[in-house]
Design a binder for this molecule. Structure first.
Ligand code: GFB
Length: 310
């Protein structure tokens, strides 16, 4: 991949896609193409193929997906499996037909078995049962990375996959019903502080462990993988450390400056007990994260405060 390549970011309006757009622009990529949702529905095969055959991109970042937190995954499994299978199947096949030089598929750490050894290596894929709250999403993402593998084998294309841990940052979803834990807690603490509420409600037991990576670090990792001609297969992308949900909650409380109590709601699901990624493969390629969790939360909170003002 080089800076004059025609580079298509699928999903540029989302959290990861918008970070990719910023990162590629900052690095001097000259020929980036994007399409608004209303102009191109990647779930429609004919529309997707027509777009690829007329635009003929050299490089594709496949960051378009239906995503959400534990409650969204659990409540809308049909939408998660259909939208993701349709988007990725159409894009991967159209990219092959249009002669795309390189494609990066974005998956998720929830593709790995619910109870697999920690930290999780790429080779643990398909060695056990999935976490039920996100089985539909995980199955779609597994199909995507397997599709890349088989297209490489049969058609000789160059499609690579990255499996990010739990991401957060600018342009995240702050809707309390559908978001992930980190943006949900930032918003809950902020609103509790503003309204002087006595407690903040936290879902589950607080004991599950999660690893968090800022989306700017994720975008750097994606470009790093794509700029290295030797990269291939699947790369886990994380920060290498995890925290309990209780520890995360306390850290967010400190950053926001909220003094009240925490109330854990055990009627809400915990999800998988732990999913810490082994990131040796990508660190051997020369990438490492730049932001600590505390720095990332501070930056995201500042962004959130600014965005609700506007
Ligand atoms: O981030 P999260 O929704 O997703 O939840 P997963 C992580 C943990 O935080 C769970 C707890 O144990 C939640 O019960 N939690 C505590 C909360 N308070 C809250 C809250 O207010 N909102 C939310 N959302 N959680 C998702 C998958 O799993 O992770 C997706 O469902 C995807 O498929 C994504 O893989 C990265 O980490 O459990």
């Amino acid at each position: 991949m080089n800076k004059t390549n025609k580079t298509y970011i699928a999903g540029h309006g989302g959290m990861v896609g918008s970070a990719l757009l910023r990162t590629l622009r900052n690095k001097g990529y000259e020929s980036i193409i994007t399409r608004e949702l209303g102009d191109l529905d990647l779930r429609r095969q004919a529309e997707t193929e027509e777009f690829f055959l007329s635009e003929k991109p050299d490089i594709v970042f496949l960051a378009a997906a239906k995503v959400g937190g534990i409650a969204a995954n659990n409540t809308y499994p049909a939408e998660f499996i259909y939208d993701n299978l349709a988007i990725q199947t159409n894009v991967i096949h159209a990219a092959y037909r249009a002669g795309v030089k390189r494609l990066l598929f974005l998956g998720s750490s929830c593709i790995y078995p619910k109870l697999c050894p920690q930290p999780i290596k790429e080779e643990y894929l398909l060695t056990g049962s999935l976490e039920p709250t996100n089985e539909a999403y995980a199955l779609a993402k597994i199909a995507g990375l397997e599709m890349c593998k088989h297209y490489n084998a049969q058609y000789g294309v160059d499609f690579v996959s990255v499996m990010p841990t739990n991401l957060y940052g600018e342009n995240d979803n702050f809707n309390l019903e559908t978001s992930h834990v980190l943006p949900a807690l930032l918003r809950k603490f902020h609103e509790a502080k503003q309204a002087n509420l006595p407690f903040v409600e936290v879902w589950g037991s607080g004991t599950p462990r999660r690893e968090f990576l800022h989306v700017n670090d994720m975008a750097e990792a994606c470009v790093h993988v794509m700029e290295n001609p030797e990269s291939s297969g699947v790369y886990n992308v994380g920060c290498g450390e995890d925290v309990t949900i209780r520890e995360l909650t306390e850290l967010i409380g400190q950053v926001v400056g909220y003094q009240g109590d925490l109330k854990f709601d055990s009627s809400k699901p915990d999800g998988t007990p732990r999913k810490l990624l082994d990131i040796s493969r990508i660190t051997e390629l020369g990438w490492k994260p730049a932001l600590t969790l505390e720095q990332g939360i501070k930056q995201t909170y500042a962004w959130y405060c600014e965005s609700i003002k506007n």
